[in-house]
Design a protein around this ligand. Structure first.
Ligand code: URP
Ligand code: ZN
Ligand code: ZN
Length: 457
């Protein structure tokens, strides 16, 4: 089946140019002026941008946190992602039963995604303990295409520093990336205990009990360990603070092997949200928490200057109804996480490109190309070149839209971005040469997405 994209403006992370794209059998077969076809479908994209499909390298579909399961599964979550312009996700697998193997979670997640996902997908491995067997198993995980892993410095399965270093050494030797949730556990635990004992149970104490300095201290420790592990590649997920960014800036200026991701919530929202009345602040309980407003600006600058390489979502949706039921008397009981997989591209385009905080090529770079490069998907994904997968997001730069939960496909009862006015919105999503979303309507089939065996870093 042939698909011809005509008269659009192609935008990659490196250039903007006006040419047509011919797709055959799901891959890009020709790029040039005045292309035509004798069979198949031609689409006129005059006035619209054709960009590599969005790549969201941080989702949590079906995440089981014991007290609740994240509301989007691999069907609803990937439909929402697709409707927002994303064509590939890399999901962070959740913790499995105590002592389980790495493949235990991979097998479970693969089975779920295989029947449900509507766009291409992969997973980050999750490390909840280590011993010789787990270290040996990393080899076969990497062989199986899982070339990045997440370790946590907080939560129940937090890893000790000495183990983190061993993990980084091993992963680096395999050409795999260590990703880390960087928050200093002990300090947070002490503060949480103190606030609850003092009767300070409202959502704002979630932020106060996870201060910026806990993120800074954890990032500093991880960067030091990466050096001790022979400059092992290290990727800081969901960076939330300007001070944390300063630590990363310094390390990168020294030529260190450090990468950072931030998320729309840390660019668009701030700590004041926790003060909304009637417990609405619970909607924003996530870790790390929202920060004081000045951090938004500092993180945008970090993206524009290249110190932050990716923008992902950390999509982890729980209904506000449930958050209230569990957390209205004690913020520590509220499930952590918020939705965002469908709004990432539109928010970043409108607030980033339309409002001139970042260039259009930088936008493509942080939402697609560099995520593909860092996580072994490039150049099949994240690029518009001959032979690449025909995954595109089409953006109409003039289309106006107000974000409203009722129009989104995320399977959750709110969006943190309600009421934000946008200029520029995805109008079409193409995955492997198939138009799967047109004007907000999902047209694809359940289970059409495929597992991508990722390359080594
Ligand atoms: O609050 C969050 N971010 N929940 C998802 C798990 C994580 O730490 O990424
Ligand atoms: Zn995390
Ligand atoms: Zn996460």
């Amino acid at each position: 089946m042939k698909l011809l994209l005509k008269n659009g403006t192609i935008v990659t992370s490196g250039k903007v140019f006006k040419e047509d794209i011919l797709v055959e059998n799901g891959v890009i077969s020709k790029i040039g002026k005045n292309l035509s076809i004798d069979s198949g479908q031609a689409v006129d994209l005059h006035g619209q941008y054709i960009m590599p499909g969005g790549i969201d390298v941080h989702t949590h579909f079906n995440l089981d946190i014991g007290i609740a399961v994240a509301k989007d599964d691999f069907y609803t979550g990937t439909v929402a992602a697709a409707c927002g312009g994303t064509t590939t996700i890399i999901d962070h697998m959740g913790f499995g039963p105590k002592g389980c193997t790495l493949h235990h979670q991979l097998d479970k997640y693969k089975a779920d995604a295989e029947t449900d996902a509507v766009i291409d997908y992969s997973f980050h491995g999750v490390i909840q303990h280590i011993n010789d067997e787990i270290l040996d198993e990393m080899d076969s995980m990497v062989e199986d295409g899982i070339t990045s892993f997440k370790g946590y410095m907080t939560y129940d399965y937090k890893l000790q520093d000495k183990n983190m270093k061993v993990i980084m050494e091993k992963l680096s030797s395999l050409g795999a990336m260590t990703t880390v949730h960087a928050e200093a556990h002990d300090e947070i635990q002490e503060l949480r205990k103190k606030y609850i004992e003092d009767g300070k149970v409202e959502p704002i104490y979630h932020a106060k009990s996870r201060p910026v300095k806990a993120e800074v201290e954890a990032i500093e420790r991880m960067i030091k360990m990466s050096k001790e592990a022979g400059e092992a590649p290290l990727y800081i997920v969901h960076l939330s603070s300007g001070d944390g960014l300063d630590v990363i800036k310094k390390a990168r200026a020294e030529g260190r092997n450090i990468y950072a991701e931030t998320c729309p919530q840390y660019l668009f929202l701030n700590e004041d949200k926790y003060l909304e009345d009637k417990y609405r602040g619970l909607k924003y309980i996530m870790s790390p928490p929202l920060r004081e407003k000045n951090n938004n600006k500092r993180l945008w600058k970090g993206i524009a200057e290249g110190y932050i390489q990716t923008v992902a979502t950390d999509h982890c949706p729980f209904d506000f109804k449930l958050k209230k039921e569990l957390g209205s008397k004690d913020f520590t009981k509220c499930p952590n996480g918020a939705p965002g997989v469908e709004t990432r591209i539109a928010l970043m385009y409108s607030e980033g490109v339309t409002k001139k905080r970042i260039s259009i090529t930088k936008f493509v770079d942080v939402v697609s190309t560099t995520p593909a490069k860092l996580f072994g998907l490039y150049p099949k994904k994240g690029e518009i070149i001959l032979g690449a997968d025909a995954d595109f997001m089409i953006i109409d730069p003039k289309k106006k839209m107000t974000i409203e939960h009722k129009n989104l496909h995320e399977n959750v009862d709110y969006t943190p971005y309600e009421g934000i006015d946008l200029v520029g919105y995805p109008t079409m999503t193409i995955s492997n040469g198939e138009i799967i979303v047109k004007n907000g309507k999902f047209l694809g089939k359940k289970g059409r997405g495929k597992f991508i065996k990722r390359n080594r870093f």
